[in-house]
Design a protein around this ligand. Structure first.
Ligand code: SF4
Length: 359
């Protein structure tokens, strides 16, 4: 691992970037990339190189919408057991969070995988709902669970989303001028390089699929800088020790067997075409929104608001940094978060607060 943390190599890359004399803005869509950038001070190292890096909508907890959180809470109130990944429980809803509901005695259980949720369902006759969040990284395990005929009392509140359509939306919205994309290593381990190619072909955006160690990121930045300097736009793989061009065919097959594309809203975004996954017809009995349609009806005409003053939406579109939000570190801290970007360990506000405090 330490050969991927050699500071001297990073410094050589910095010198090369300075020689290239660029003025470029890159975006990554991955909480782990942001963690590496801030934790190892790469953002500081890249200052004065002409390379700026923004975080986009790469935190699965952060992009889950207020409506989806309310759906989970309403189902808990209606007596279902809600199983959910850790950070998600602390995201503030319209009035409460799932963690608040747990302290009020509702059945909200933290799980580490869909398998944990299945085990809970196997031990009870009660309805157990798994809040299925995450990108192409977690969707295959949900698909695998569904293919293995879960118990009848199990269903999913599907909040899975896909990365390439969100990138297309960011580019088409044009709010932030981007010269290149650092693509996420784990999502790409599943889907490979091909699903990103249209972004280079149709929009002329250079892309590099990058791993998570400091030198992975620095190499990813350098490879993008070289493409930009040489006026190229293609998808390169820096993270070759994990990512193959075709990805993980078995995982993609499972996703395709179970899900079909649908249009969904992301926090901070309007509805993004084909960026969500819904269960195919033969798996509808595991769809919590279908199964508990009547219970969820009361949310149909509700307008869901973002927390007052919170700028997570702009953060997720790569428009601002945590220090641009007046609540950062004052009204909003990891102990008392206002928005999801301060809750999730993959959220930009949480990462910057954790490693830098208020500096
Ligand atoms: S500091 Fe808090 S309120 Fe501001 S954008 Fe971040 S999470 Fe939202």
């Amino acid at each position: 691992m330490f050969r991927y943390r050699d500071k001297k190599v990073s410094e050589k890359i910095v010198s090369s970037l300075k020689e290239m004399d660029l003025n470029i803005r890159l975006m990554h869509v991955c909480g782990t990339h942001q963690d590496t950038l801030v934790r190892f001070g790469l953002d500081e190292l890249l200052k004065n190189t002409g390379v700026e890096i923004r975080q986009g909508p790469g935190c699965p907890v952060c992009v889950t919408t207020p409506k989806e959180i309310e759906e989970a809470m309403l189902l808990a109130r209606k007596g279902k057991t809600i199983t959910v990944f850790g950070d998600m429980v602390n995201v503030p809803g319209q009035k409460h969070s799932l963690a608040d509901m747990r302290t009020q005695g509702y059945n909200v259980k933290i799980v580490y995988s869909v398998d944990d949720a299945l085990k809970i369902a196997g031990k009870t006759e009660e309805d157990v709902v798994f809040m299925a969040i995450g990108f192409e990284t977690t969707a295959p395990s949900t698909a695998s669970a569904i293919l293995n005929t879960p118990p009848k009392n199990f269903s999913i509140l599907n909040c899975h989303r896909l990365i390439p359509p969100a990138l297309k939306a960011i580019i088409e919205m044009g709010e932030v001028k981007l010269h290149g994309l650092i693509e996420p290593g784990h999502v790409s381990t599943v889907i490979g390089a091909k699903p990103y190619e249209f972004l280079s072909k149709d929009y002329g955006v250079p892309q590099v699929i990058t791993g998570f160690e400091p030198l992975d990121l620095m190499m990813g930045v350098y490879m993008l800088a070289c493409q930009i300097k040489n006026k190229k736009a293609e998808v390169e793989i820096e993270y070759k020790r994990s990512v193959k061009y075709d990805g993980n065919k078995k995982a993609v097959e499972m996703m395709n067997d179970v899900f079909e594309l649908c249009d969904v809203a992301w926090r901070g975004f309007p509805v993004i075409k084909d960026s969500g996954l819904k269960l195919k017809n033969n798996f509808q009995s595991y769809d919590a929104r279908k199964k508990f349609e009547d219970e969820l009806k009361e949310l149909n005409d509700v307008e869901f608001k973002e927390p007052k003053g919170c700028r997570c939406g702009e953060m997720l579109r790569g428009l601002i940094e945590p220090s641009d939000c007046p609540l950062f570190g004052k009204k909003c801290t990891p102990a008392a978060p206002v928005g999801p970007c301060m809750v999730s360990r993959e959220g930009n506000c949480n990462i910057v607060f954790r490693y830098r405090g208020l500096a």
